[in-house]
Design a protein around this ligand. Structure first.
Ligand code: ATP
Ligand code: MG
Ligand code: FE
Length: 352
């Protein structure tokens, strides 16, 4: 199956062409991303209205480039997929409407993809990995531990009670005067610092694998204020200390592993998959590697470019759904919120 995928749920305008082979392997024929970084940089974050307008300008050329790099005509496609949420609704509408128009115009099936499901399945595009597996989804808007039973079947074991991990990185960078997105900046500065500043490890030891990350940023702010004006070395040490808080992830993943093992059939090969923008973080990948070895898991993390937002993962999730006959009609709505596991109880109070 050959699919065109479209991603416009945040500040990346992206189009990709991906192929799913009968043996289950994937191939990326084209993966075009037009980041809008310079448009939002002055605001220290993504401005929804600016993002939506930029998607209108950038999407058509991105699609044309992806189709031409893939050497595929619209008539060769087996389907068209777009992220239908969750995300900034104005941007989602741009991508969703465009994908519907192309599908309708070419008489091809249309697939409305959950952006989180696309992250959740992204590892299968470049690695030989099949459900069930334990997923750590760490992105700009989400921090979750999820049992992936199958395409479309997810059990959320844990989530964040406040900030997402990527959001915490972004806020840490902002308060230290570093650029946006903050994750790569913090990682870069941390590399020349020492984790000498004590920061809390919120939620560690709790039985349910939830997260709470807002306190980390508050503690970082206090430590930064206490040291102002910050030298270069202070910034590096603060970043290294913040990075060291991946200890929280270590603790939470270990907890989730125990729950995962209770939920999958005996004898299941144990696999830990990481996805989302923060999974591009080197020190975090190291921590996950250690945890995996300690518990006898195979760790699978997509290459960094497939961790952050991209359209290849949308096309791939679309292909997985199409292969199972799961298509959508032109009435599919754009959704600002769209949980992977609608049955998960609210996390509030879970840590109490
Ligand atoms: P969501 O997927 O939850 O809707 P999103 O699509 O905005 O949110 P992604 O694009 O998956 O999120 O990830 C972006 C986030 O990843 C940002 O918060 C960014 O700072 C973070 N990030 C990217 N690279 C790194 C890195 N090397 N280290 C840490 N964080 C990173
Ligand atoms: Mg993004
Ligand atoms: Fe994302």
């Amino acid at each position: 199956l050959t699919l065109l995928g479209i991603e416009t749920s945040c500040d990346e305008t992206a189009a990709a062409v991906v192929r799913l082979y009968p043996d289950g392997h994937g191939e990326i024929l084209a993966n075009v991303i037009r980041a809008q970084l310079d448009l939002h940089a002055a605001y220290g974050g993504v401005v929804p209205e600016i993002a939506a307008r930029a998607h209108v300008d950038l999407l058509d050329p991105a699609i044309r480039q992806a189709m031409s790099e893939a050497s595929v005509d619209f008539g060769d496609l087996d389907g068209v997929a777009a992220a239908a949420g969750p995300g900034l609704i104005g941007g989602v509408i741009v991508g969703l409407t465009t994908a519907k128009a192309i599908a309708l115009g070419c008489g091809k099936p249309f697939v409305a993809v959950n952006h989180l499901e696309a992250h959740a399945l992204s590892a299968g595009l470049t690695d030989d990995v099949a459900p069930p597996y334990l997923l750590l989804l760490v992105s700009g808007g989400h921090t979750q531990l999820v049992v992936v039973h199958d395409v479309g079947r997810y059990t959320r074991l844990g989530t964040t009670l406040d900030d997402a991990l990527g959001e915490a990185f972004d806020k840490a960078a902002k308060l230290l005067g570093l650029g946006y997105p903050g994750g790569p900046e913090v990682e870069r500065h941390a590399a020349r610092g020492k984790p000498v500043i004590p920061l809390p490890r919120p939620m560690t030891g709790r039985p349910e694998p939830h997260f709470s990350l807002a306190g980390l940023k508050t503690a970082l702010r206090q430590e930064a204020m206490a040291r102002a004006p910050l030298s270069d070395q202070d910034v590096a040490d603060l970043c290294a200390s913040f990075q060291a808080a991946s200890d929280v992830v270590r603790d939470r993943v270990l907890r989730a592993m125990a729950l995962f093992e209770d939920r999958v059939p005996e004898g299941t090969a144990l696999t830990l998959v990481a996805a989302g923008g923060v999974a591009a973080n080197g020190p975090l990948r190291t921590v996950l590697g250690e945890v995996a070895v300690a518990r006898g898991y195979r760790l699978v993390v997509p290459p960094p470019a497939l961790c952050t937002d991209n359209a290849a993962m949308i096309a791939w999730a679309g292909a997985q759904r199409l292969a199972r006959g799961l298509t959508d009609d032109m009435g599919a709505a754009a959704r600002a919120r769209w949980p992977l596991d609608p049955e998960a109880p609210p996390a509030l109070g879970a840590g109490v």
